[in-house]
Design a binder for this molecule. Structure first.
Ligand code: IPE
Ligand code: IPE
Ligand code: MG
Length: 237
């Protein structure tokens, strides 16, 4: 049930990217640990997925861990891996029954083997699902994705000629997903932080002061209402 009068039936963004920021500040306000903040942040995901499905959104990319986040204290990082394992283990049945397809963008190679395995299992177990695509960006960087795509193209091309955008996009993690129509960043930060740099070329950007653990379905509706008011010109008049 979508409970917001201002929300129009269309346009609905096909692919929404979310920079889930503010878990640490949320925890600080409550005088609890940053790990507790991340836990609350993870809990915010499922109701939003239900709303995304109800709205008819095709794909959601969630920024969960950037290549830059490795500079954080090791205990916080370990806590995040534990949390991801917990999330995929406990939510997998619900994810399956909702026909959600889990994808991953980034490199899993530096993650602890158990976390890596859990994520891979979730991807495999849902690969045939044709509902919402839920793309977890973990150990992800936009620049790294572009460089990797270029190198993949190079090693997959016998006689490298000039590359085109179309050919290049096949090597991006997001290949096969719809265009990124809307980006939401929570917590009042106005930057991209190396997220989906290629895909953001003509994306509508919505920033909100709400901290990620407080971001509820109604905040998603508000972001989409703002999106519906935008005039997308793509360079035209
Ligand atoms: C976002 O919340 C989650 C991750 C980057 C893993 P933060 O941990 O960045 O929260 P703040 O920005 O410190 O409040
Ligand atoms: C961006 O948030 C990365 C994720 C949400 C996973 P950060 O909190 O790491 O970004 P900066 O450091 O404020 O740019
Ligand atoms: Mg942050």
């Amino acid at each position: 049930m979508i409970n917001n009068d201002e929300l129009l039936p269309e346009p609905i963004p096909r692919h929404v990217g979310i920079i889930m920021d503010g878990n640490g500040r949320w925890a600080k306000q409550k005088n609890i640990s940053r790990s507790e903040g991340h836990k609350a942040g993870a809990e915010a995901i499922e109701p939003l997925m239900d709303s995304a499905i109800a709205l008819g959104i095709k794909a959601v990319s969630l920024y969960a861990f950037s290549v830059e986040n490795w500079i954080r204290p090791i205990n916080e990082i370990r806590g995040l891996w534990d949390l991801l394992e917990y999330f995929f283990q406990h939510k997998l049945e619900a994810i399956k029954s909702k026909k959600i397809q889990i994808r991953h963008s980034g490199s899993l190679s530096k993650l602890p083997p158990k976390t890596r395995q859990t994520i891979k299992e979730a991807i495999e177990a849902t690969s045939m699902n044709r509902g919402l695509i839920l793309n977890f960006c973990i150990n992800y960087g936009g620049r790294q994705e572009i460089i990797r795509a270029f190198n993949e193209w190079l090693s997959n091309t016998k006689n490298p000629e000039k590359i085109t955008e179309k050919k290049f996009e096949k090597f991006l993690y997001t290949f096969g997903m719809p265009d990124l129509d809307l980006l939401i960043r929570t917590s009042g930060e106005y930057r991209i932080s190396n997220f989906l740099l290629w895909q953001l070329a003509y994306t509508e950007l919505v920033f909100t002061d709400v901290l990620w653990p407080d971001f509820k379905p109604n905040d998603l509706y508000k972001a989409i209402i703002e999106y519906q008011k935008r005039e997308r010109r793509y360079g035209g008049i």
